[in-house]
Design a protein around this ligand. Sequence first.
Ligand code: SAM
Ligand code: SF4
Length: 325
Amino acid sequence: MGVTDIHGRRINYLRLSVTHRCNLRCQYCMPAEGVHKLQHSEILTYEELHRIARLAVSLGIEKIRITGGEPLIRKDLVGFLAELAAIDGLKELVLTTNGFFLRKLAPELRRAGVHRINVSLDSLKPETFASITRGGHLAKVLDGIEAAEEAGFPPAKINVVVVRGTNDGELLDFAALTVRRPHQVRFIEYMPTSLVPDWSSAFVSGQEIFERISQVYPLEPLESAQSAGPARLCRIPGGKGTLGIITPVSSHFCESCNRVRVTATGTIKGCLFDNSETDLKPYLEGSDSQLKAVLKRVIVSKPARHHLREPGSAITPFSMAQIGG
Ligand code: SAM
Ligand code: SF4
């Protein structure tokens, strides 16, 4: 299943943001003062988000990732997730979090029907972690990852945004973690947003990440499942976990991109780096068939690719927390 877009890609993955707010202020994602405060009425209600999700699933979306901002800070999230999990036809409900509230919420999330959890963790050193997140405590995230496993989740996938001069010195430490622990560590290329004027100098390509690790560890390629998206997967022979390298900026992600994004304010985007977006709010006033038609239009006409690395390309500045990464 899945909707086929005009470029022949099967679109079956929705990233659904439930809030633009966050308890952290990661340097590459949010300004130090946080994001612009929105009126309560500007954020979609759970009923509205559920309606969008249900119609998207009826169009062929099979996997929904809950994101934000930090999704776990939105009040009553667990009840909403249980209702999403019950949508007929939805095969995977997954969540991306900074891990801070997992000790408290992991058992409820599991009972609600969340299948897997990705945790963002950019450094294994407490000081570097605190600096990247502007004050976060590493121990709390590590404890959250453990709490998720205790609650019965499969080992968390760990997202590492690689930033030159900040955490690229830890590539081998993260690789070594996959030898000892059954996590999938996913290195993500640093994407340009409004917050990073000197973005290019801090950018580390997936190819460089791969080469730097493979100078020390042999890397055995693995097949990636369609729903695993664009991660290039490999493993260190004999290791308990796996490594993923995600290259949204430098390469070929676009040809196999299977996702669309809906923000907490009700904007749907076919591509993170395309300036075009559609406000779903007016359509939420109408019938299901009208809303479904607009969802289908956006999905089917998803842009072929982004133009980030082409001279003269311009994206409207944004903070990743507003869209959900
Ligand atoms: N708060 C949750 C978290 O941190 O996992 C979910 C939202 S966060 C915006 C989703 C993902 O986007 C995280 O893995 C984060 O590291 C990633 N992200 C944020 N800004 C980014 C950037 N400039 N480049 C690459 N990834 C980014
Ligand atoms: Fe918050 Fe996640 Fe953005 Fe960090 S990456 S500021 S945890 S939304």
